[in-house]
Design a protein around this ligand. Structure first.
Ligand code: FAD
Length: 360
């Protein structure tokens, strides 16, 4: 069942005009993809098993979607894999969206090399070997014999190989678009993502960013009786104080004249600590405890693995935040009365047009 769900999320079929309910989609796609170019798009972050690859959503505002990163500190990571249902057997031209991440410094060696395996067989092309910018690397042609196909990303180096997406096109002349708005249209149509964000409710208080600031704000507001939305772009809460970054939590809390200020921090604080280095292990950060505390609050709706990347404003006032789900690309509209920007980067403020200066 999980595999089927993943399939639904990652695979797209551009169908023949004989499928009436999909006509509208085909029309939408016309600027991006000719109707003849039956294609299957698979977003890397939608792979059902990610193996040792990690999802990096940091640049999805620029790229439109996250990508998978082989962060192995020099040891190749385990394969990411997924199954995809093709519309038909036949010959397909393969494109892999990637880059050589050291090319911008003219550094040799292409350390982020990886292979795409189709039903266990690697393409002849090694991916991640060309181009300083994200681009569709031509992977040549493959013959698909059966509609159900297993794909895998096979890391060769353990040094930050990057894969954004894989596309199989029936039309050998078709080159996938590499820039928005065409690329966004391709993704939307291929993955069946609605053009408008889906309504996800109205809240008293919408918190963007689930680091310690956002988690405390959400817990506090919920306990005071507000209906709260907490939007966090990672699979865990805590931000810098999560197992992902590993900065421990402590501070001058519960001091006069505000003796209760810090009660929630105390609930979140982890008793065991280690200084930076090998003893600073992931378990010390008790990610599960933070998630359990938030999930125990009936007044909080947690939008985990959602990135706030648009706002709706009227007369200079924020009405709603739009958040994009990391793995599927689906977008939700989260409306509210009050908003807290706890992204650590003032992301919501910047999106809303607040004055912004960035200093090195
Ligand atoms: C190495 C290091 C050492 C430090 N040492 C100290 C110290 O000794 N003393 C001290 O006082 N401070 C220290 N700090 C700073 C302290 O860790 C931060 O000030 C604090 O963690 C900020 O918490 P936050 O919740 O505001 O932000 P963050 O911890 O940055 O959390 C923000 C969260 O929001 C998420 N997010 C970002 N954008 C979006 C979006 N658009 N949509 C949804 N989610 C989003 C992020 O993924 C993140 O999880 C240190 C920081 C680092 C990195």
């Amino acid at each position: 069942m999980r595999v089927l769900k993943a399939l639904a999320a990652v695979s797209l079929f551009l169908f023949s005009p004989a499928v009436p309910s999909l006509h509208a989609r085909e029309t939408d796609l016309r600027p991006a993809l000719p109707a003849t170019a039956q294609a299957v798009l698979v977003e890397a972050e939608g792979f059902a098993q990610r193996g040792g690859w990690v999802v990096d959503p940091q640049f999805m505002d620029q790229m439109g979607s996250p990508y998978l990163l082989a962060h192995g500190l020099g040891r190749p990571v385990a394969d990411a894999a997924t199954e995809v249902e093709f519309p038909a057997a036949g010959d397909y031209r393969v494109w892999v969206r990637t880059k050589d991440w050291v090319a911008q410094w003219n550094a040799p060696g292409a350390p982020g090399r990886f292979q795409l395996l189709v039903n266990g067989r690697p393409l002849e092309t090694t991916c991640g070997t060309e181009g300083a910018q994200w681009h569709w690397q031509d992977g040549g042609s493959v013959k698909i014999l059966e509609r159900r196909v297993r794909l895998a990303l096979h890391d060769l180096t353990g040094f930050e190989g990057r894969c954004d997406a894989v596309l199989f096109a029936r039309d050998p002349q078709f080159t996938p678009p590499n820039q928005d708005p065409e690329m966004a249209a391709l993704r939307r149509v291929c993955l069946g993502i609605p053009e408008q964000p889906e309504p996800a409710g109205e809240f008293d208080f919408v918190v963007a960013g689930g680091g310690i600031a956002g988690t405390c704000a959400a817990l506090s507001a919920a306990r005071l009786g507000l209906h709260v939305a907490l939007i966090q772009d990672r699979p865990v809460l805590g931000g810098n104080n999560s197992s992902e970054v590993r900065v421990w939590l402590q501070g001058a809390r519960n001091k006069e004249p505000w003796p209760r200020l810090g009660d929630i921090v105390a609930e979140l604080e982890q008793p065991r600590r280690a200084h930076y280095g090998p003893t600073n292990t992931a378990d010390l950060y008790e990610d599960d405890k933070k998630l359990a505390l938030v999930r125990a609050e009936p007044n909080i709706r947690l939008f985990l693995e959602h990135r706030a990347n648009a706002v709706e404003t009227e007369s200079g006032k924020i009405l709603a935040v739009v958040a994009q789900e990391i793995h599927t690309g689906r977008r939700v509209r989260i409306a509210g009365r009050w908003f807290a920007d706890c992204t650590g980067d003032a992301a919501v403020g910047a999106l809303a047009g607040a004055d912004l200066e960035i200093h090195p």
